[in-house]
Structures are given as structure tokens and as C-alpha cells.
Ligand binder design. Structure first.
Ligand code: HEM
Length: 743
């Protein structure tokens, strides 16, 4: 007790660092720029670790043999169903990968985010905490050489293999995240889940949908891919738990489509996955304890405590639906489809949990052995989402093909599983280990292989001269190089300048790229007349280097912008137009681009989308500021307009942008009701000096970004700015160069 304070309460502690309320509780609409620095090196205990070297040193055969041995060795604290952990591990791997969504490339298995909230506590991930804990001894043995993310997918593969399924391959190389992702948009209505009674509320739909299934305008909000909050894809009981298989099929098509799966892949995955294992619904949901993130401390990271019996084995409660799909749940065979189509199914409510599920009407339908009680045989089970495959005409047709040709089904499921589990890894050059499939798949955005020499310094100099002589402005060269590189997203490692896809459909036709067509033609001329072999992709980037060097020189700073040749040009055949269309920007603040329809389709402000893109590029706040300020003075607006170009020396890498946004010589006024456009007026004369967008004023209005802008606007800022700009420019140009960088 401190001297002078009341011993009975004067020293009550009301809060500690991070106790609520914190900044975002007071100002919920603030732009959380600090999120750009989440999961950074400071959070990573392995930041200096060479994962590639460590993983490739593992004897993969030996590791797989150990995993397979474990899968059929039951432990007492969570005994396996049917004496085989395989099915629950397939589900763990599928749920790890299945959060992926193509709209922003976020989610997926790549970082083992299933370990952290909110994903670790989603109702749909019930008992995956046990699956991960079960494989901890293997993780422990291999330590840092085997990431959780790789182990989870590899265990899924091993599980499939011991049950007779031929997998297509396995590529390692996933790097774990080290903290919860507090910024990904998973949709509204998360969560009042400290109260287990609200489990139902968690799986209800939110305003993420417009319309109802069957309506022409039925649509799921972007960038979401799951139909309900806290689920991976769709509710097994149908939309809003309505038990309607037709409606369920509509949701499945939309949500699996957002996962970049077509109808064939979707059917293969669902029918293939549910050839294994069972669903668990032996205890009412309201008796189940809190999920891992908010479970009591003594639960030590586990959640969903089940009070019935020992809380596992024949008492297991996960989803609420009870039963197995096939008579042989640990064997790869075609009995899922044979029984789905061989019998009529009737809907009923699970008597314990109330969940909607289906059983065969025909009493002669095969039974399935109980997972734990010796000698007990149970009815087969289907979910509403399984019956959906039978009622939707297109899914039905595919099922019939699979029924008639089990090898086709096996091949399609094997390929779709490989895609599911590797979709978010980016270029194949990131895959590690001896089991990487030799075949190139179109979803990998393949590139032609190149093992020729790098350009010699003299050749680079000659090419630079040729580019300068081609009569293209600094502004256009920089714009084109940036436009090639900016498609990169660190989430699923897609996009980027390599491949030269800026010159191919669909990118060449995007409105935002209209300025690049003529530049590309000029660069193709340079390529055609060059003595050295050079790809268009390299020339586009080199054009950017030339432009930045010229602009820096004009600002009085001499710099050499790094250039690493070796890029290749992809072909139309190597480019899946529909899958690339997802990379088209809705908002790109760097190029002052906002899709005209944006304000009517979005509930978020342009600057939030701008920051979303900055995050996808992997930028820090200082990098974001330097890059934008530089692009503005380089004149890199998509339409060549003067909005945000706060300089009368376009093409000079000056600090004029920062000086303007920090200057009190101006006042700033909205020019439309929505507050999308602004005028910057001279405070003394009242006359307009510049036009601006939200994506310009952001750098003076947001306190964190302004603080960085002040550094560059300071009297000692010019040189620092040029160096910082060159550094971030190079980082963007090299973002996709997994052929030369690690990670
Ligand atoms: C289990 C739903 C797609 C593999 C389950 C369970 C549900 C479910 C509710 C029971 C969980 C439990 O109580 O333990 C769905 C829905 C899907 C879908 C609605 C999409 C329409 C898939 C896919 C795969 C898969 C694509 C893998 C390729 C499995 C496996 C199990 C399972 C192996 C058994 C787990 C065990 O035995 O512990 N699924 N699933 N599912 N699912 Fe799915």
C-alpha cells in the first residue's frame, strides 16, 4: 500500500496498457494506419531464420512416415474416430486453406492463421484446436524447420494417402504468422460469443448478402467468400439454416466461386472430402464452453469444453449434425455418391442439437459403424449442402460423371485438393521439397522458364539510352512500370511485373492502364531493335528505373535505381483471364484511380481501399507516404489529370507534394456533397491552386501519415525522400521476384 493512499481502495488499478477503452474505441472510424505494421519482424522469433534451407534439409519421406504412424495411434485425451485421425486432419487442412478468397487474396493456409483469432474461434473451426494439439509432438520434433502452415497441409495429404487416395503432390514453403490478424474484413456480426447461447447468432447471416437465394440481385459482399460469419464457406444446414438444398446450391456456387473453384472442382472437393469421416452432434450447443480465444486460462488455449461424459469420443460435439456419409469413413471409395444418388433422403432434426440433417428413407440402405461403440451400426447421414449436389442440375451432371467413372472423380479431386491447398502460395518457384507436382497449372499463373544469363551492365546502359531516345516522357515511363508492378499482392503472391502481363488481356484493357498502351508499343520497338535479348517485362521495369533516375537528377540528387534483369514474358495461354480480372483495382490511390461506380457499390471510403492496397503491397506507413508523394510529382495519375499533382515541376522528384499537404498557405474545401473531391485555395487570395482527391488530402489529414510527410517536407527532407522513394520503388519492382528472393 502506497503511503498516503487509502489501503481499502485508493490504489485500485482501473486499467493497464491495452485495457479498453483504447483509441479505436473512442474513435471507431479512424484509419488504423498502424495495422500496416502488424505481424512485422518484431513479432517474429524466426526473423533471421532460413526456412527454405531448413525445410529442404528435412527427409520428407521420414517425416511423412511419422505423421502416418501417428494418424493411426490414438491418444487418450482425444481418442480418434474409427481409430484413425485422418478425417479430422483432412478437415483441419481444408479449413486452413478454405478461408482463401480470390477478391483480395487473403485467407488461405499460407500463414497458419487458424492458430489465431478470430479464425481459431470460429464456430466452424470447432475442435480443430484438438487437431493441431494432436500434431504438436511432430511440430515439436521438427521445430522451426517445419512451419505449422506446412505441417497442417502435409498432415492432410498424409491422411488422404493412408486412406487410399492418391494426392497430386505437396509443396512446402509456407511461413507462419506470429500474431492475430486484426484487420482482414470478414464481414459484419462478429461476435457476442462470450455467451455460448449466442452460437446460433454467430452462424446467422448478416447484411453481407443482398436479396434472397433465387433473386436476380442475390449477391455476396466483396471481398467475402463465406456465406455466414464464422463459417469457412456455407452453412451445412442451408442459407439461414432453412434446410433447402436448392438454396444451398446457390450459396455453394457463389462461395466456392469466390474461392476460385469452378463447378467441377467444387463437386470434387465436397464429394471427395465427405467420403471421409463424420459429423459430430451429440451435445446441445448451449452446453459447450467458450471458443479458444475466450476460454478460461486453465484451458490453456483449447476451447469448446464439452461437459458430457469425458467430452470426447462418442460424446463429441462439433457442428451439431451427427453421423457419417459412408459405410467406410476411413477408405477412399465412391460410396458417398453411390448412396447420395442410390437412395431418397428425408430431412429431420437431430433430437439432441436440433440441427437439420438427412437420412435415407429406404430401410435397406447400408448402415455405418459407430466411430467408438463396438458393434453399433448407425444410419448414414447427409447435410443439406450434400443434398444440394443432387438437386442442382449442373452439380448433378458432374456427380453422374463421377459416379460412372471413379478414376475421373479421383483425378479431379486430387487436382482440386492440390489447388485448394496451394492456391495462396503464389508462383511455383515458392514451392519447396521433393513432392512439388511437375505439371504447371493455370491457377499458378505460370511463367515460361528462363535460365539464360542476366543482362550485362553495358547492355543495361545501352537499353537505357534506347529507352530515353524513344521519346516517351518520364511520367509515362514511370506510370507504366508502376502499373505493371502494382498488381502484386502479398496475400496470395499473385500479380507483379514479371510475366509482362500488362501487355496481355485482361490487364491491357483495364481503364486504369489506358496510359500504358503507347508506352508498351514504344518499348516493343526498343526490344525489336536491341542487340541484347531482353524481355518486355524487363524493359517495362527498366523504363521505370530510367524515369526515376532522371526525375531524381532533376531534383538535384544523383541515384542509381537498382535493376535486376531476368523477367520473362508470359503468353495468353499461360494467363487465365477470368482469374486475373480479380486483380483489377476498384480504387488505386497511387494512381489516383477510383472506379466510377465505386461510391454506389461500396460502404468504405476510398482511402480505406487505398490503405488496403498499400497493405497488399506490403508497405509500411513511411513507404506508403514516400511512394505516393513521388508518384504524384512524377505525374502518375491514371487519366493524366492534375488532381493531387501539387507541383509545377512535373517529372522532378521534388518534395512539393509534402510541402503542399503540410502548408498553412492553403485552405482545403470540399467541392462535392460526398466529399470525394476538394479544392486547395490560396489562403491569402482565395483563388484555387490545386484540385485534390481524398487520396491526396489523406497525407495531411491523417496524423500518422502527416507525421511522415513532415519529415519529407522539412528543409532537410529532399535527399532522404529521394533515397526512400528509390528504395520503395525497387521493393515494389522486386516484389514478385521469387526467382531471386527468398520468402
Ligand atoms: C466434416 C460441412 C466441404 C472435408 C464436416 C462437418 C461439417 C461439414 C458440418 C462436420 C464437422 C464435425 O461436426 O466434426 C461442410 C460444408 C462444405 C464442406 C458445408 C461445403 C459445402 C468440405 C470439403 C472438404 C471437407 C471441401 C475437403 C475436401 C470434411 C471432412 C470431414 C468434414 C474430412 C470429417 C471430419 C471428421 O471426421 O472429423 N464438413 N464441408 N468438407 N468435412 Fe466438410
Amino acid at each position: 500500500v502506497l503511503e498516503g493512499t487509502c489501503p481499502f481502495g485508493g490504489n485500485t488499478i482501473g486499467g493497464a496498457y491495452t485495457s479498453k477503452p483504447t483509441l479505436s474505441d473512442w474513435y471507431p472510424d479512424r484509419l488504423r494506419v498502424e495495422q500496416l505494421h502488424r505481424d512485422g519482424p518484431a513479432a517474429n522469433p524466426l526473423r533471421d531464420f532460413d526456412y527454405e534451407a531448413a525445410f529442404t534439409a528435412i527427409d520428407l519421406d521420414e517425416l511423412k512416415a511419422e505423421i502416418k504412424q501417428f494418424l493411426t495411434t490414438s491418444v487418450d485425451w482425444w481418442p480418434s474416430d474409427y481409430g484413425n485421425y485422418g478425417p479430422q486432419m483432412i478437415r483441419m487442412a481444408w479449413h486452413a486453406a478454405g478461408t482463401y478468397r480470390i477478391a483480395d487474396g487473403r485467407g488461405g493456409a499460407g500463414q497458419a492463421l487458424q492458430r489465431f483469432a478470430p479464425i481459431n474461434s470460429w464456430w466452424d473451426n470447432g475442435n480443430t484446436d484438438k487437431s493441431r494439439r494432436l500434431i504438436w509432438p511432430i511440430k515439436k520434433k521438427y521445430g522451426s524447420s517445419l512451419s505449422w502452415a506446412d505441417l497442417m497441409i502435409l498432415t492432410g495429404n498424409c491422411a488422404l494417402e493412408i486412406m487410399g487416395f492418391p494426392t497430386t503432390g505437396f509443396g512446402g514453403g509456407r511461413r507462419d504468422s506470429w500474431e492475430a490478424d486484426d484487420a482482414t474484413y470478414w464481414g459484419a456480426e462478429w461476435i457476442e460469443n462470450s455467451n455460448p447461447e449466442s452460437f446460433d447468432a454467430m452462424v446467422m447471416r448478416s447484411d453481407r448478402w443482398t436479396g434472397e437465394p433465387g433473386d436476380a440481385d442475390y449477391e455476396l459482399q466483396q471481398p467475402l467468400a463465406a456465406s455466414h460469419q464464422a463459417l469457412i464457406y456455407v452453412n451445412p444446414e442451408g442459407p439461414n439454416e432453412n434446410g433447402n438444398p436448392g438454396d444451398s446450391a446457390v450459396d455453394i456456387r457463389i462461395t466456392f466461386g469466390r474461392m476460385a473453384m469452378n463447378d467441377m472442382e467444387t463437386v470434387a472437393l465436397i464429394a471427395g472430402g465427405h467420403a471421409f469421416g463424420k459429423s459430430h452432434g451429440k451435445v446441445a450447443a448451449d452446453k459447450i464452453g467458450a471458443p479458444p480465444e475466450i476460454a478460461p486460462m486453465e484451458a490453456m488455449g483449447l476451447g469448446w469444453k464439452n461437459p458430457e461424459g469425458p467430452g470426447f469420443a462418442e460424446y463429441t460435439m462439433t457442428n451439431g449434425i451427427e453421423g457419417a456419409w459412408t459405410p467406410n469413413p476411413t477408405q477412399w471409395d465412391n460410396s458417398y455418391l453411390e448412396n447420395l444418388f442410390g437412395f431418397e433422403w428425408e430431412k429431420f432434426h437431430n433430437p439432441i442439437t436440433g440441427a437439420t440433417q438427412w437420412k435415407p428413407i429406404d430401410p435397406t440402405a447400408p448402415k455405418t459403424p459407430d466411430a467408438h461403440i463396438e458393434g453399433q451400426m448407425n444410419d448414414l447421414m447427409m447435410m443439406t449442402s450434400d443434398i444440394a449436389l443432387k438437386v442442382d442440375p449442373v452439380y448433378r451432371d458432374i456427380c453422374e460423371q463421377f459416379l460412372a467413372d471413379f478414376d475421373l472423380f479421383t483425378r479431379e479431386f486430387s487436382k482440386a485438393w492440390y489447388k485448394l491447398t496451394h492456391r495462396d502460395m503464389g508462383p511455383k518457384s515458392r514451392y519447396l521439397g521433393p513432392e512439388v507436382a511437375a505439371e504447371d497449372f493455370i491457377w499458378q499463373d505460370p511463367l515460361p522458364s528462363y535460365d539464360g544469363p542476366r543482362l550485362a551492365d553495358a547492355e543495361v546502359s545501352t537499353l537505357k539510352q534506347a529507352i530515353l531516345a524513344a521519346g516517351v516522357s518520364v511520367s509515362d515511363l514511370a506510370y507504366t512500370a508502376f502499373s505493371a508492378a502494382v498488381t502484386y499482392r502479398d496475400s496470395d503472391k499473385r500479380g507483379g511485373a514479371n510475366g509482362g502481363r500488362l501487355a496481355l488481356a485482361p490487364q491491357k484493357d483495364w481503364k486504369v492502364n489506358a496510359r500504358t498502351g503507347e508506352v508498351i508499343s514504344a518499348l516493343k520497338q526498343v526490344q525489336a531493335t536491341s542487340a541484347a535479348q531482353v524481355s518486355l517485362a524487363d524493359l517495362i521495369v527498366l523504363g521505370g528505373c530510367v524515369a526515376v533516375e532522371q526525375a531524381a537528377q532533376a531534383a538535384g540528387v544523383t541515384v542509381a535505381v537498382p535493376f535486376t534483369s531476368g523477367r520473362v514474358d508470359a503468353t495468353d495461354e499461360q494467363t487465365d483471364v477470368a482469374q486475373f480480372e480479380w486483380l483489377a483495382p476498384v480504387v488505386d490511390g497511387f494512381r489516383n484511380f477510383v472506379l466510377p461506380e465505386f461510391s454506389s457499390i461500396s460502404r468504405v471510403a476510398p482511402e480505406e481501399m487505398f490503405m488496403d492496397k498499400a497493405a497488399l503491397l506490403g508497405l509500411s506507413a513511411p513507404q506508403w507516404v514516400a511512394l505516393t508523394g513521388g508518384l504524384r510529382v512524377l505525374g502518375c495519375n491514371h487519366d493524366g489529370s492534375s488532381t493531387g499533382i501539387f507541383t509545377d515541376r512535373v517529372g522532378v522528384l521534388s518534395t512539393d507534394f509534402f510541402e503542399t499537404v503540410t502548408s498553412m498557405d492553403y485552405e482545403w474545401a470540399k467541392v462535392d456533397d460526398e466529399g470525394l473531391s476538394f479544392a486547395i485555395n490560396d489562403r491569402a487570395t482565395g483563388s484555387k491552386v490545386y484540385d485534390a482527391s481524398r487520396n491526396d488530402l489523406l497525407f495531411g489529414s491523417n496524423q500518422q501519415l502527416r507525421a511522415v510527410a513532415e519529415v519529407y517536407a522539412g528543409s532537410d527532407g529532399q535527399e532522404r525522400f529521394v533515397h526512400d522513394f528509390v528504395e520503395v520503388w525497387d521493393a515494389i519492382m522486386m516484389a514478385d521476384r521469387y526467382d531471386v528472393k527468398k520468402g
